[in-house]
Design a protein around this ligand. Sequence first.
Ligand code: ATP
Length: 248
Amino acid sequence: MTGAQAGADEVMSAAKVVKTYGAGDGAVSALRGVSATFVRGRFTAIMGPSGSGKSTFLHCLAGLDTVTSGAVVVGGIDLTGLSRTRLTELRRDRMGFVFQSFNLLPMLTAEENIRLTVRLAGRRVEQGWFDTVVDALGLRARLAHRPAELSGGQQQRVAVARALLSRPEVLFADEPTGNLDSRSGAEVLGFLRAAVDDYRQTVVMVTHDPVAAAYADRVLFLADGTIADELTEPTIDAVHTRMRKIED
Ligand SMILES: Nc1ncnc2c1ncn2[C@@H]1O[C@H](COP(=O)(O)OP(=O)(O)OP(=O)(O)O)[C@@H](O)[C@H]1O
């Protein structure tokens, strides 16, 4: 993608984001001025050593946490200064989430879980899109099952389907394969990749795993609350090498 296209298709940006937890002697600088832009139809992985600020950055981008200074803009809307209610609406309407722990409601079937976010937003589920997502994720035969009756990989596929159903501006994934065996993990990552390639979904994923990061188009490496490095078209080996460099 050229720079001009990228500028036209910017979905989200962070500008000089600072996040400090606490105050005085006990203050922790989790982010020390992080800037990045995210364009439509691109898959970004965020990596870095433990404590480098990955989760904090994801939470600030998604409006799950407030920034101390700087700005986060999603779909042209500056998140800083929005009320809690407005932020909740924005997350519901424009963002999708996939977490390590699946976060499905145990009493609902797979189908009810998939439809939940769109329902809560008071929107109609587009049946054609529902069918596309369910079939792409291979969930057709599992729709009537409850989460406890599904494997971890199937549960995470339900979570991905739920996140995609609302056609979010950005899909955030926080260690989405952390609880999966490598085969199920590869399936979930393959679906995220396909959503990017086939539907121009924008994906931002935090991961510790170089294999997972290699599914992305770009890897941002955080170290000590700043972006220390960036890699495009990552390979597993290249990600390993950069991580070793940062950890030294
Ligand atoms: N709620 C909080 N209160 C105080 N400090 C916090 C809080 N959340 C995170 N931190 C601190 O901010 C820094 C960045 O944490 P963060 O969880 O973003 O790192 P991370 O890169 O996601 O780590 P990990 O890979 O271990 O999950 C750490 O020093 C952490 O202890």
